[in-house]
Design a protein around this ligand. Structure first.
Ligand code: SF4
Length: 207
């Protein structure tokens, strides 16, 4: 048997096939956004959330997103029968990964995949589980970070904070107003700028 790798046209077509499969997988797993602000929008960079609703991104084979979704959904499937729990009020809506019960204590369970395990939970993730805790009436949450390359894990326990929930709701109202007025929000979270697909637009539409 001869293995040839010099057929450029064939190789390019095969690679395109694989990339397109990843694009389709990511698109199929994207949530449709409603008029309500999504919990993750209110807890992350408000400008990113704004641009994501206003501009269509070209389909790119994002393998980090692909691996993140695949690992996340595969683990979640075997954590509990009841996952992706929908929560909503008059301003925001979202999906808690799961609710678990250990030693008689209920916890909101949130799973994140990361390149490198953090030493403390990300601010946006604390805010996110805090929304779920407040909307589900549960006082504690666990955030589990799984390192994509080798499955190493770290777990953080977070307590419900009603004041922080008020802050998040205010940000959601502000984002909604910005979307209605077609004005990018001034509130930004710069911790993810390095990987933001809207960097150029964000700089151009400076506030
Ligand atoms: S570049 Fe940074 S501040 Fe601007 S939208 Fe992206 S994450 Fe937000």
């Amino acid at each position: 048997m001869t293995i040839r790798s010099d057929n450029a046209d064939l190789i390019s077509n095969v690679l395109k096939l694989v990339d397109n499969a990843v694009i389709k997988y990511n698109e199929a797993n994207q949530r449709t956004l409603s008029d309500k602000i999504h919990v993750t929008e209110a807890c992350g960079c408000l400008r990113y959330a704004y641009f994501r609703r206003k501009y269509k991104l070209e389909g790119e084979p994002n393998y980090t997103t692909f691996m993140g979704i695949a690992i996340h959904d595969s683990i979640l499937k075997f954590i509990s029968d009841k996952t992706e729990i929908h929560v909503e009020n008059d301003i925001i809506e979202g999906y808690a990964d799961a609710i678990i019960e250990i030693n008689g204590q209920k916890y909101v369970f949130e799973l994140k995949t990361v390149k490198k395990l953090p030493t403390k939970p990300y601010k946006s993730h604390i805010e996110q589980v805090n929304c779920y805790m407040n909307m589900l009436g549960i006082d504690k949450a666990v955030i589990v970070y799984v390192q994509r390359s080798d499955g190493k894990k770290t777990v953080f326990v977070v307590d419900r904070d009603p004041d922080l929930f008020t802050v998040t709701l205010d940000k959601a109202r502000y984002l909604k107003k910005c979307l209605e007025d077609n004005k990018p929000p001034k509130i930004r979270d710069e911790s993810f700028c390095f990987m933001c697909p809207f960097r150029k637009i964000c700089e151009k539409e400076s506030d």
